[in-house]
Design a protein around this ligand. Sequence first.
Ligand code: MN
Length: 546
Amino acid sequence: MYRPMLRQFELVDIVRSYDPGTDENLLNKAYVFSLKAHGVQRRESGDPFFSHPVEVAGILTRFKFDHLTIAAALLHDTIEDTVATLNEIQTEFGLEVAYVVDGVTKLSKLDLKSEDTKQAENFRKLVLAMANDIRVLFVKLADRQHNMQTLHYIKDPHKRQKIAKETLDIYAPLASRVGVQKMKETLEDFAFREINPQAYETTHKRLEFLCDSLAQPLEDIEADLEALLKKTGVHARVFGRLKTPYSIWKKIMTQNTTFEQLCDILAFRVVVPSLAECYQALGVLHSEYWVVPGRFKDYISTPKVNNYQSLHTAVISPKYQRMEIQIRTEEMELEAEYGIAAHWQYKQNVKAHDGKKYLWIRSLLQIMEQANNPEEFLENTKLEMFQEQVFCFSERGELIVLPKDVTPIDFAYAVDSWLGDHISEVKINGKSMPLRTVLQNGDQIQIITSEDQMPLPVWEKFVRTGKARTHIRQFIRAQQKKKMIQRGKEKLAAALGLKKEKIKEPALTPLLSTFSCSTLADFYEALGEDILDVAEVAQTLHKKKF
Ligand code: MN
């Protein structure tokens, strides 16, 4: 069924409500441009294709992204799926919008080819490395969220499975990494439903049953908690929710509990005005309710790697309802809801339109600077490291990680040294390219070899990796040696007056020590390089009755 989508003026109104400086013309232009570009295209659901970019833009308004990001979201599929070009987008909407659209287009072309889950981590790094601007990643995540919401319309079950698996392996962890927990949960749940429908159904039903048999409805518990805190002078906002089927399922799988034992289905969030009140609220709850042992965690004094901060505890209410409780300040709540995007918003407000690209990595580094435990520091260095790497695919879809600025020759040697020694041609993303081309993230490399091909001395000037350089040098040295051996042999034969007959090598071998050589090859090479004088050698051999 076709669901009416966000209309043009509605979208503009939403963006204007949180960003009064919104360029309405730009948003209107992007809306119309995308509408026209996608034209009569339809999704598998039967909806006009245009409903998709509009939904993606809608998802991003919940993160209060600026009008440029929203415009980019509206345009995100135009390069890939319509006749529109990057140049056109740049001319019409400016560099920043074009940059984000281009980034999303590139990410969309990536494809997890291998079934190997070990590659998932590398793949996530690749996505992060490509999303130089945090907004690229957020548009991509919103794109994935809407595609997951409409996944059931896709008819091919293999395609559905593949998308769901990719979502669980790549995009949900990425959403978590940039701190948008809600998006992570949404992605996980839609993926779970597709990958294991029976488990999803069972968990979902059990959750509903437990919810129906609660001693107290959710809203009453919320009110009780608020009232209890208010009595002690803490003015808190309390929200309750059911845990998600996927999080419940994961717990059952990893903690060996059963559905019957499952009672931990409610989670409450207590948002208070100040840091001190977090601990005050915790004290109140711990003294009024039974505390579930071993569940208290202080992520305020020790934040998670994605900068998540909260106090976590689990208690049992006087009505025997077990519940998980997260206590945090408004600021921590903003961070937990919007993740890195929250920082992006601050930044945007402080330094609006300073013309500089906002590098997401920089904002992450700022977060990390506040971190004081070694684990987080390590994570920080790791992130910096993979900004210095490039991720390419082999013909078979293997992901090969190399240092930045490498060439197809480096790539070939990294895969196999024979491949490097015999590379004659390369196709990058299906197109023949020079061997000195610098590889980019996500490039698909096809190495064409030839038996006769050998490394050229000039390669040494543009390869980047030690492995390639060492191999090229070794090969060239070996070639040089071969040439000198041949030359030495020919010179000696001439000096000895041999024409067609060969040098009698078995008789020559015992005499080599006279010339301080241990092997025939060394001896010929010395002759070839004129280290030994061929006339003298011939004379000496003559005296020895050779
Ligand atoms: Mn899309």
